[in-house]
Design a protein around this ligand. Structure first.
Ligand code: F6P
Length: 334
């Protein structure tokens, strides 16, 4: 058998643990299998750029952030059937029986498109996909993506550091969080850090009311703004400052972006264990000649049936909506 491993989309903590566990499990269980990393993600498939991996190549990787295989964004992959066809054929021509993918919703959709072509045209490669993204925007009602809790750990640290200055100066900090349209990262970081406000992408914010609530407080305020919210940090800062001046509220406002710091650095224990467990389960399933599938809601020691790729890729609701109950949860703790 021949296995390929691909990390796609934005890098995230846990991808290396995933790569390591696929390689180790495979070579320990069936040493005659060859395992190849696809270099630089989806672009590597186009260029047929693969590197053979040994157990030694993946030593010391469990907690390391980023991805040793590299990753690239190939947006055309979502819409270009010729490109999809080329990649599906490249995998087949190179003799891959399985491609193990760790990535976000773009990678899930790409895997589903390639799998559809491969099944239709009787190509040999099957696709086993794990959710890997700090955005938690793939099937998040039935699990969380690898990397999400690691990014939350970093966010919590940053929000506590900011609180030191915010409370010393009695300042308001407007803090931007990554997360694309899904807002899970901003919301969970807000809950975990006890932030006063979390602004989600589609929210209509009454800044007069925000100013009133700030004025009633005698200390720090952190307003977490999720990526995809239409106002920039500077626009929010300027809006609040204007209201403060008009109403004689003596508070300074500063803005800061947590951005790429959320995505980098060490992997959380939860993510290491789950990425490793999912890989272990995938490899065992592949040895049993399983169908393509999406491995979500896998917590260490639990093995629910994988979801069909088509179903998982079609779960648009997970990309940009947060259940109301979670918003109420955040408000109740404020
Ligand atoms: O998908 C992960 C993510 O970090 C998003 O939160 C963010 O919008 C995006 O990637 C940034 O991507 P890039 O690294 O391509 O700028």
């Amino acid at each position: 058998m021949k296995f390929g491993i691909l990390t796609g989309g934005g890098d995230c903590p846990g991808m290396n643990a995933f790569v390591r566990a696929v390689v180790r499990t495979t070579l320990n269980m069936r040493p005659q299998t060859s395992v190849w990393g696809v270099v630089d993600g989806w672009k590597g498939l186009l260029d047929n750029n693969y590197t053979r991996l040994t157990k030694l190549d993946v030593a010391g990787l469990t907690s390391r952030g980023g991805t040793i295989l590299g990753t690239t964004r190939v947006p055309e992959l979502a819409t270009d059937p010729d490109l999809q066809e080329t990649l599906a054929r490249n995998l087949h021509d190179n003799g891959f029986n399985y491609l193990f993918v760790c990535g976000g919703n773009g990678s899930l959709k790409a895997s589903n498109a390639l799998n559809t072509i491969a099944r239709r045209e009787n190509l040999r490669t099957k696709f086993l996909v794990a959710p890997g993204s700090i955005d938690n925007d793939v099937c998040n009602t039935v699990g969380s993506s690898i990397g999400f809790y690691s990014a939350l750990d970093k966010s919590l640290d940053m929000l506590e550091w900011i609180r030191d200055t915010a409370s010393s100066h009695r300042r308001v900090y407007v803090v931007r969080s990554m997360g694309r349209k899904s807002a899970y990262l901003a919301l969970y970081a807000g809950i975990a850090s006890g932030a006063e406000f979390v602004v989600t992408p589609n929210e209509v914010v009454d800044y007069e009311n925000v100013a009133t609530l700030i004025a009633e407080r005698d200390k720090d305020t952190r307003i977490i703004v999720s990526e995809s919210y239409p106002m920039t940090l500077d626009e929010i800062r300027a809006t609040l400052e204007k209201i403060f001046v008009q109403r004689g509220i003596k508070r300074e406002v500063r803005a800061v972006d947590m951005g790429y710091f959320q995505r980098g650095g060490k992997t959380s224990v939860t993510d290491i264990l789950r990425a490793s467990w999912i890989s272990y389960r995938m490899v065992q399933d592949a040895f049993k000649n399983c169908d393509s599938g999406f491995y979500t809601a896998y917590y260490t020691g639990h093995s629910p049936a994988p979801m069909p790729l088509e179903e998982a890729a079609g779960d648009e609701a997970s990309h940009d909506s947060i259940p109301k109950e979670l918003l109420d949860f955040m408000l109740a703790l404020r």
